[in-house]
Design a binder for this molecule. Structure first.
Ligand SMILES: NC(=O)c1ccc[n+]([C@@H]2O[C@H](COP(=O)([O-])OP(=O)(O)OC[C@H]3O[C@@H](n4cnc5c(N)ncnc54)[C@H](OP(=O)(O)O)[C@@H]3O)[C@@H](O)[C@H]2O)c1
Length: 177
């Protein structure tokens, strides 16, 4: 427990957001009768960490506050308005992870909710233990990349692979530190 995991949906060509922010590539791909593990993910999560772009977008869509699960938003803008149970953080991400680990129940994990810039830093710093990926059967041709530049390649261990009639494939990887 205390695992740091990322979970995101990605187009086949490696984007987590379309160029214009239209979400239909993702929403139209998901089938109501398919269980993608959202509830299981929420059950294991003791805290969410998200980048400022992701938080602003979640807040614009009416989320971003009031969850029983604490949320840490990584940003340079420490004046950003936030909802309840949400804290802004600027500084060393290693320290943030240590702080969160000491504050959540021992049987809970830390979910790096995105976006790509934040996830990339977690990988670069060796802070990510697990990566859950929903590969959506669409080629977007551009947008916000899932993972940006890192200084050295990282080996992953495939732990689970599930496919659905919708064409979505869930992949779960462990990262070797
Ligand atoms: N498909 C999916 O499953 C999924 C999941 C999550 C998000 N998304 C999408 O991803 C997009 C955002 O991704 P993104 O890569 O553009 O951005 P992001 O990672 O959400 O946020 C990046 C921003 O966070 C702040 N930040 C990041 N690292 C920091 C650090 N070490 N210290 C201080 N501040 C830091 C900076 O903002 P400031 O300069 O403003 O502080 C930076 O510009 C959104 O459109 C969202 O919808 C998709």
């Amino acid at each position: 427990m205390g695992t740091v995991f990322g979970g995101m949906a990605m187009s086949l060509d490696g984007y987590i957001r379309s160029g214009n922010g239209d979400l239909s590539w993702l929403n139209d791909a998901m089938a109501k009768d398919e269980d993608y593990g959202f509830e299981a993910t929420e059950r294991r999560t003791g805290a969410y960490v998200m980048g400022a772009h992701t938080y602003r977008e979640v807040a614009r869509m009416g989320g971003g506050g009031g969850s029983a699960i604490p949320t840490y938003v990584v940003t340079h803008d420490l004046t950003m308005a936030t909802g309840q149970n949400t804290q802004l953080f600027s500084g060393d991400l290693t320290e943030l992870v240590a702080r969160i680990k000491s504050s959540i129940p021992g049987d809970k994990d830390i979910c790096v909710f995105g976006g790509g810039q934040l996830l990339t830093q977690f990988i670069e710093l060796g802070l990510l233990d697990e990566l859950g990926l929903a590969v959506v059967p669409v080629i977007l041709g551009g947008g916000v990349p899932f993972i940006g530049r890192i200084s050295q390649w990282r080996k992953l261990e495939l732990r689970e692979c599930r496919s659905y009639p919708s064409g979505i494939a869930l992949l779960n990887y462990g990262l070797r530190q």
